[in-house]
Design a protein around this ligand. Sequence first.
Ligand code: 2HA
Ligand code: ZN
Length: 272
Amino acid sequence: MAKNWKELTAVKEVADLSYKMWEKGWDEANGGNITYILTDDEAADLNYIPGTGEAVNLMGGVPDAMRGKYVLVTATGSYFRELRDNLDELVGIIYLPEQGDKYERVVGLENNRPTSELAAHIQTHAVRLAADPEQRVVMHNHASHVLAMTHCGPTNERDFTVALWRMITEGVVVFPDGIGLVPWCVCGTPEIAAQTNEKMKTRRCVVWQYHGVFTTGKSMHDAFGLLETVDKCAEVWLLSETSGSRNPGIDDQGLKDTAAYFGNILPEGYLD
Ligand code: 2HA
Ligand code: ZN
């Protein structure tokens, strides 16, 4: 059963990108977690028989949109610095059954459990699947520049988003739907999951004040590219703020023109 699971492209991408994120300083200690919904073909290759794996309660339950799905998950306590060298313990695949609010362990996660943010990830997948049937990845980490900006930047999500868009043209191109901002609260709780998922209904990226970033996407590189772009905009914002810049950045008309050129619709009321 599942003899080749570590050969899955998604496993290789998790191994590679988790290390890259650690190199960027975004995943100190056990910070960060990634989940990926397997394609039907990838799932079929596992030859898993539902009901045979260890079943564990899933906080918040299994959303209907996620029933019958196989999800690649990083483990709780996993150090992204070490993940690529210890796939058996730090990564694994779970199955979300057609009935019951549990997950079943399929393979991997030896001596371990899925990320403490599993409930938030599973619910985020369900919310994003309603917006985009191609949704597959949820990524969380502690991207430094975005985090710093939650300390000294705008505290409402419209102003936070527009401040990022003004920095570099790529901003409004990559995240035209804007950034959700969740005020600080304890992580791993139903409360933070609920707030995140309310915002994910209309966006692919949500920032947790003083904690980190959640991004979603069709593929690992899609979600990672979004993270990189948001963090790059935040880095340029911080650099220009600390240099005492007096330039306003891309103005409202420029942002509107860019959005129109790429066929994107910006959230109502964000620009004059
Ligand atoms: O996985 O980052 O938010 C550890 C965390 C919790
Ligand atoms: Zn975190």
